[in-house]
Design a protein around this ligand. Structure first.
Ligand SMILES: Cc1cc2nc3c(=O)[nH]c(=O)nc-3n(C[C@H](O)[C@H](O)[C@H](O)COP(=O)(O)OP(=O)(O)OC[C@H]3O[C@@H](n4cnc5c(N)ncnc54)[C@H](O)[C@@H]3O)c2cc1C
Length: 320
């Protein structure tokens, strides 16, 4: 079986979500990686150390901005040349844009947001959450068509790079037609904390925070443990947090190592965005709050008392 990993990168480094893809159980498969962009050559060494047997570089100034349109055309042409059995990309904003384009252009089978990928003896099955995370569907690919699979970040652990490994490197020439869209400008969000989709730990606050100012309790705790700050939709709707922090069905889907929900009731739409977190901690005054049904650890109490104590304990442990 031939598998192609699409490498996502920023500022000359592979994204963590791409690194994690090499932790999938590829078994005896022939693992290829493709990096498209401008000046992508330095990525080849990292991809080789993570486990790619062959790295294909599509280097073009047209790809510098990496829009879905240009990447789809470039990588699509390359996939036709390579003819892999499956293409794997992280379920990030880029992957979500690119994978359906590729599947449509190449008449491939598509499975998105997978939380398990099985590549057993040539048969490919995946598991993906459905009904806002209330159930998990097992999906079988039933014929030999190309399979395009997006994998939810933090589904698997990235392997340690092996400095002794290196990949065969090839450059790929593609012909790109005139583009219909162009990236004009990226307006930085001004958030110095990690994004909720990338963080290993998330501290989320809900409506109970009562004001944007009171979120400083959550921020202080998050900063003491290097976490991202998340928000329920109720807190976003009330104007306490920006939409980019919203976790849930109409916000972001996250799967961190630790998710700490402070004063969040655990509505089904919120759970849809965080129930695949590895460890869930809930702090809530109401012992009957639904969030406790999915929590591994629960504290019944007032977040305004408990969260500062946790922040203080973390700071003491850190020595500051
Ligand atoms: C179509 C649709 C999509 C939606 N998408 C999303 C989504 O993406 N994300 C999302 O979050 N919601 C979403 N919602 C909204 C969702 O249904 C809930 O209304 C929302 O999640 C509630 O937010 P909350 O838990 O902050 O507030 P509440 O439900 O009001 O819960 C507040 C909780 O705080 C507790 N509390 C109060 N004071 C304290 C205190 N001092 N200390 C500790 N605990 C305290 C209370 O006991 C309560 O459990 C969606 C709804 C719809 C209809």
């Amino acid at each position: 079986m031939k598998i192609l990993v699409i490498a996502e990168h920023k500022n000359g480094a592979l994204s963590e979500a791409t690194r994690e893809l090499f932790g999938l159980p590829f078994g005896q498969a022939e693992v290829h990686a493709v990096a498209a962009g401008e000046g992508v050559e330095p990525l080849a060494a990292s991809l080789g150390q993570l486990g790619a047997a062959k790295v294909h570089l599509i280097d073009s100034p047209v790809l510098a901005d990496g829009t879905g349109e240009s990447l789809d055309q470039a990588i699509g042409q390359f996939i036709e040349q390579l003819a892999p059995d499956a293409v794997v990309v992280a379920h990030t904003p880029l992957g979500k844009d690119l994978a359906p384009r590729l599947a449509a252009a190449l008449d491939a089978a598509l499975a998105t947001d997978c939380i398990q990928v099985n590549l057993d003896g040539g048969e490919v099955t995946v598991r993906r959450p459905v009904y806002a995370g209330k159930a998990t569907a097992e999906v079988e690919f039933t014929d030999d068509s190309l399979k395009v699979i997006t994998v939810r970040p933090r589904t698997v652990k990235a392997p340690e790079p092996d400095a002794a490994r290196s990949a065969e490197v090839a450059t790929v020439a593609v012909e790109l037609p005139e583009q219909k869209t162009a990236l004009r400008e990226i307006l930085a969000g001004g958030n110095e904390r990690p994004d909720v989709t990338e963080a290993a730990i998330i501290v989320t606050g809900g409506r109970s925070l009562g004001s944007a100012e009171n979120f400083s309790v959550i921020e202080d705790f998050a900063d003491s443990i290097g976490a991202a700050v998340g928000s329920s939709r109720a807190a976003v709707d009330a104007g306490y947090r920006p939409y980019r922090d919203q976790v849930g069905q109409t916000g972001k889907v996250v799967s961190p190592q630790v998710y700490i929900a402070c004063g969040v009731s655990g509505a089904i739409q919120h759970l849809a965005g965080m129930r695949t977190s590895k460890h869930i901690v809930a702090i809530n005054t109401d012992p009957e709050a639904p969030i406790f049904q999915v929590a591994d650890y629960g504290i019944v109490g007032d977040l305004f008392e408990i969260v500062p104590l946790l922040a203080e304990a973390a700071k003491n442990r850190n020595g500051n």
